[in-house]
Design a protein around this ligand. Structure first.
Ligand code: PLP
Length: 393
């Protein structure tokens, strides 16, 4: 089908709630995607860190195909093998908790918020503290948790019981706690907020506030989890564990799946009937996600991501010395933000014209989140294109 016809169908039949580039993508393999004209793009953004093993990784594709030919869906009143296997991978690689499965990041966070409340209900506690510049999703509760006014406009009244404090400011968090607070929720590394990494003291400080006040620490690892930072989960760079953790984006390498993990003790609060998802934990999504874990192990991708992250930070450090337009380079592992002194959208658009996919977030930040198995030659190629464009803006 011709590009103009495809876009016409969107114009006629798809709600225009996204600002789309006029590019129709038709195929992906590894670090590349192709558009309908046959133009190839080097993808160093991985679609918001979703395609973390690269597009159509053969192990993952095979797992999806095999499962699709065996059993796609069973309701959660039965057992199926992939759900248990996936839960075991998440649990054993994190804090030995138990999982609830759903279909997206927002749903995972919605489940976390509901769990924090139902768990604390007998104590009369319901308030949740979240961080400015956070992003937790677009459902009513998760958009309320998202402390960025631009996402709230027009949706009032929001959900009650949320308050907002500055990220990486322990004093503000301490002051915001009262006897009705049941949860403190944050991204270990803020993604949409411009790639902001939580300080070591801040994380241990929040853990202590939670312990001292019988509050649940909820870590949203929807974007920063699944190896993105060079460890399975970003909190593992700190000397703490969360009470609740949420996952989605890279968990299925593109297949829709979300998960919420909590400790076995807290999990007891979600009794039958308290929460549910029709598609959550279906065999197709879980077999696919299990293959993601198996591939991360088989290919040693955590180490590779950490090493390639070091390489990129070295390269960007040099670039920042040469180019005055770069204000700061920050991040961890393969979750990288380059803050410019000017808006970043134009640079990102020029990169895309030149066949390089990156992203602009928080107005002035170029976000780079390559697949975990990205090769140095791809990084060199991509940063070369970026540097030439940055020289010209
Ligand atoms: C993307 C994102 C979400 C929302 O995920 P959806 O799958 O779009 O609902 C939540 N939290 C963080 C940190 C995210 O990056």
């Amino acid at each position: 089908m011709k590009k103009s016809k495809i876009i016409e169908d969107y114009d006629n039949y798809v709600i225009p709630n996204y600002a789309r580039n006029p590019i129709v993508l038709v195929k992906g393999e590894g670090v590349y995607v192709w558009d309908e004209d046959g133009k190839r793009y080097l993808d160093l953004f991985s679609g918001w860190a979703v395609s973390s093993l690269g597009h159509c990784h053969p192990n993952v594709t095979k797992a999806t195909q095999d499962q699709a030919a065996t059993l796609v869906h069973v309701p959660n009143i039965f057992y199926s093998e992939p759900q248990g296997r996936l839960a075991k991978y998440i649990s054993e690689n994190s804090f030995n908790g138990q999982c609830f499965f759903c279909n997206s990041g927002a749903e995972a966070n919605e489940a976390a918020i509901k769990l924090a409340r139902i768990h604390s209900f007998p104590k009369g506690k319901y308030k949740i503290i979240t961080m400015k510049d956070s992003f937790h999703g677009r459902t009513m509760a998760t958009v309320t948790a998202t402390a960025q006014p631009k996402y709230h406009r027009g949706f009032a009244p929001l959900v009650e019981g949320f308050s907002y404090v500055s990220f990486n400011n322990l004093g503000e968090a301490e002051d915001a706690v009262d006897d009705k607070t049941c949860g403190i929720m944050l991204e270990t590394v803020q993604g949409e907020g411009g790639i902001n990494v939580a300080d070591k003291d801040y994380m241990t400080g929040l853990r202590k506030i939670c312990d001292d006040n019988d509050i649940l620490l909820i870590l949203d690892e929807v974007q920063c989890g699944m190896g993105r930072t060079g460890k399975y989960f970003a909190y593992q760079h700190y000397d703490i564990t969360p009470d609740i953790m949420t996952l989605a984006k890279a968990l299925g390498n593109g297949t829709a799946v979300g998960a919420m993990e909590t400790t076995k003790e807290i999990a007891k609060s979600l009794v039958p009937g308290s929460h549910a998802s029709t598609f959550g934990g279906n065999p197709l999504a879980c077999a696919t996600s299990a293959a993601v874990f198996e591939t991360i192990e088989a290919e040693g991708l955590l180490d590779k991501a950490a090493k390639m992250g070091d390489y990129i930070f070295d390269q960007l450090g040099n670039m920042a010395k040469e180019l005055d337009v770069i204000k700061e380079v920050r991040g961890i592992g393969l979750m990288i933000g380059i803050e410019l002194k000017i808006p970043a959208a134009e640079t990102v658009k020029k990169c895309s014209d030149a066949g390089l996919l990156l992203n602009c977030t928080h107005d002035t930040v170029i976000r780079i989140m390559p697949q975990l198995n990205v090769k140095q030659e791809h990084i060199d190629e991509g940063l070369g294109i970026l540097k030439d464009i940055l020289k010209s803006v």
